[in-house]
Write a protein that binds this ligand. Sequence first.
Ligand code: ASP
Length: 348
Amino acid sequence: MYMKTSYPSVLLIYTGGTIGMIENAETGALENFNFDHLLRYVPELKRFNYRIASYQFDPPIDSSDMEPLFWAKIVKIINYNYEHYDGFVILHGTDTMAYTASALSFMLENLAKPVILTGSQLPIGTLRTDGKENLITAIEIAAAKKPDGTPVVPEVCIFFENELMRGNRTTKINAENFNAFRSYNYPSLAHAGVHIKYNAHFIDSPDSSRPMKPHYLFDTNVVMLTLFPGIQESIIHSVLHVPNLKAVVLKTFGIGNAPQKEWFINQIKDATDRGIVIVNITQCQSGGVEMKRYETGLKLLQAGVISGYDSTPECAVTKLMFLLGHGLSQLEIHRQMSSNLAGEITKD
Ligand code: ASP
């Protein structure tokens, strides 16, 4: 039973992660704990003039165990509650948060409400925790509305240590600093200081007349292959002949370059001829691929490799799993990988 109130309303979805963990007294290891425990440490939530409800994964999971099945669970919860809340905050472990954010950006087609992922590097019960600020500001962002009543940030985002970033542009870059995420190829959507300053120009404006369409299907027959000088032919051969392999995220050098050796190009060409989708993204943290710039990139293009533009690895692999899950042909996947489905790539 949902009461229609004029208060902003936010649904918190707690999946697990450090933010809600507690130290095991015997081993010293951090273990998941339940949501009530977490909320006890944030009495500030009561000061919000918002209707805040919560849903928790039982048991909560370390995000290293995150899988498409759990993404589908999150999407089901959002879809079921979509009309009843102004926005959604997902508490998630930081380790795979960028993958989940990318996946959700494709699964929630025509999203017109904020879905903000956040977490922390220190558990919320510890004195110096970063979790409180992250959670409180994420809730404020999820509830924020423009004067005309529409949401300020109708996108899947990650909020972490003062920055609001487009989810499918974000990467975890630091294992211990509070400032753990970056969006190298797309500007921040907002910065939280004394005020939360939104960069309206970079925030998506969806057509709210189109209903939100949830998607649930993934095919995980994909692999990420990082090139390095000296990589062996037998390794490339083995990877490209994994049974049922359907797609490869090829992490190349610089602007999209790979060895020119004949055996290498032949292996790649053989794989694309067998229907395997190979997407070229750069190993560099910032920038994208331009396969026509050097001979080495051009050869990949001629061997049937497609550009992943300036996609993050997290986004390229989840987008491929999403498209493959919908049973699309190699040609159609090529077309959609080159299309901007959810603001995930920059095309000139
Ligand atoms: N291992 C934790 C997780 O990703 C780390 C964190 O939350 O920061 O679930």
